[in-house]
Design a protein around this ligand. Structure first.
Ligand code: SF4
Length: 293
């Protein structure tokens, strides 16, 4: 299992980004977790091959997106299961790394069964026949007064006839323990801030759906709840720029190191980071990481 990259896991290829600084929730979380991890992902762009867990996340997200293409009455558990095979074939055709995960048919069958169980659990949380999402896999982007652009992909946006907005994010990993819920909600507040700036409406509900455990975490933000992440993100960007200017990306070891893909390059584990690329080769706009779950 790798350190989660939920945004990239569920996102289609990122549109060409305009120039200027931009931050996604995943990259913001990376820097808060460990500046060196941020460097490895954004500056060095070290590859992160898919794992069974990240691939499962990608597949389940794809199937749930397609589910809402069906007429409402047809959105049954059986129909959702039927989507898994074709979606897997499509994803594997696009990514040889994904296809290579399962050298034998029996391994792939077992893994597909685990994805099926997660989809089945989804139906214990809500009835998609009673929903008509306004948007799915929705790319959002806005600029703060500081000039920092925020961007990312939202799994699903529901808009009530009253205009109230619900932001929905699907998770295929474990639900956080209570002490870590605030960190899980950070990503949702990030999206809520972007929607607020784009549409002038504070989303009514932020809904994290932990599918494999059939748990839902809901939060209703107000304006004050969203001003705090705005300040925090602006300060975070200042810290990132400072680290970039100094070339000082310090490791911050924690329990999450157990799932870091880049321990071999990390001084905390006896490794040496690769030489920093020349400034001209450093991406100006660190958005979504190209891959993961
Ligand atoms: S192993 Fe830990 S300290 Fe090192 S880069 Fe990864 S997250 Fe950071």
């Amino acid at each position: 299992m790798a350190i989660a990259d939920p945004e990239a896991a569920s996102s289609p290829e990122e549109p060409r980004a305009p120039r200027g600084p931009a931050l996604s929730p995943s990259r913001a979380a990376d820097f808060m977790t460990c500046p060196l991890l941020y460097r490895f992902r954004v500056i060095d762009r070290l590859p992160e091959p898919p794992t069974e867990a990240t691939a499962r996340g990608t597949l389940v997200h794809a199937a749930l997106e397609r589910l809402f293409d069906l007429p409402a009455a047809a959105r049954t558990p059986a129909a959702a299961r039927d989507l898994l095979g074709p979606e897997w074939e499509r994803l594997a055709a696009d990514s040889p790394d994904l296809a290579a995960l399962f050298p034998s048919e029996s391994q792939r069958t077992d893994w597909l069964a685990s994805a099926t169980a997660i989809l089945d659990a989804y139906f214990t949380l809500e009835d998609p026949r009673r929903l008509e999402p306004a948007e799915r896999e929705c790319y959002v982007e806005t600029s703060l007064e500081s000039g920092l652009r925020l961007r990312g992909y939202i799994d699903r946006l529901d808009v009530a006839p009253s205009g109230e907005i619900r932001i929905v994010d699907y998770k295929t990993g474990k639900a956080p323990r209570e002490a870590y819920e605030a960190s899980a909600l950070f990503q949702m507040k990030f999206y809520a801030l972007v929607i607020w700036r784009l549409r002038g409406v504070v989303p009514r509900v932020l809904q994290l759906m932990y599918l494999s455990q059939a748990q839902v975490l809901r939060y209703s933000p107000d304006e004050a709840d969203l001003r705090d992440p705005e300040r925090k993100l602006t300060a975070l960007w200042t810290a990132i720029e400072r680290a970039r200017a100094a070339g000082d990306w310090r490791p911050r070891p924690s329990k999450l190191c157990s799932w870091c893909n880049h321990k071999a390059f990390c001084p905390e584990f006896g490794g040496t980071p690769p030489p920093l690329p020349a400034p001209a080769d450093v991406p100006a706009s660190p958005g979504a990481h190209p891959q993961s779950a």
